[in-house]
Write a protein that binds this ligand. Sequence first.
Ligand code: ZN
Length: 374
Amino acid sequence: MVTDDLVLVDQHCHGVVAGDLDRGQFAGLLTESSSFHNSFESMLGLAVRRWCAPRLELPAHCSIDEYLDRRAQLGWREVSAKLLGSVGVGSWLLDTGLSPADTPLTKPEEFAHLAGGDTFEVLRLEAVAEQVAAKEVEVANFLEFVEAEVRAGVQAGAVGLKSVVAYRTGLELPAEPPTDVEVAAAASAWLRWGGRRLDDPILLAWLVHLGVRISAELKIPLQLHTGFGDDDVRLHRADPALLGDFLNATKSTGATVALLHTWPFHRNAGYLAHVFPHVLVDVGLAVPYVGDRAGAVLAELLELAPFRSVCFSSDGYGLPELHHLGASLWRRALGRLIDDWLADDVLTVADADAFAGNFAAGNCCRAYGLTPPA
Ligand SMILES: [Zn+2]
């Protein structure tokens, strides 16, 4: 297949849990739900048994018990190295803004060591603002300090910014940033209440517009979580179609906005990438979760999304199985889709090679200023 030998760049993922997991912890990381579910009996569970088991020298479709026994026998480092190192990803862009205290994730250096590739950091804007607030800064300095911290993060090597505003107040962002007076009042009220989780709509709008300004100036993309995610998200507020006014207002600023995940709104996201040239789109997270249906999701995304606007990502989090499946299922599904197109004379082999190479790495490398991995 055209995709067989491509070296991928993962636009968005997280570290893996730096420690061994029991059955319950593994099951909990194999679902976006925080409640107990039998996550093994799902498309994702099937994909783990089918595609990850052979990477751990087990027969395909082995039982979950056999799989977990083998995992325990190998230990988390070896499991991670086998799954991350065997899937043809050369570079990983890691969102470092989320690392729970009870199951801390690997830092970028350790992840790079396990995966055998390069890692780059993406800075989560809300986490920066919350860290600045935790230092008990004066209200008068807060906004300035947040901007300075974001710039310092980029200076230190971050290649992108990310906002999880979809989880907080939703994606119906104002076209224009709030006024200085509004932002100062909002900052004062939020800090007075202890400045914990940032969920003030005015401060969030200010932060996203700050992201736009820095994206335009420093030529680094601003990633927005859209679509499904863990059960903290209210799905109707995470539809990227809500971004219409915001994207229309920012299209000529020089900023790049990357819409992550997007499922089940990937067709809406494809449309936004179609009409707004500064929009990138991916179906990370969806690809591992939908398992054998990955080809259908990719085909729907590509109905309207321009081929230069699509990026690969896994959104692997916690379990290296998710990073592995994000890449291996993407490779298989896109390869099969392109094979069908070639058989139907939809495109030439040269078209297919260019398209697949851009989707795998080229589009991402151009947007983030990265050297394509060899
Ligand atoms: Zn993520």
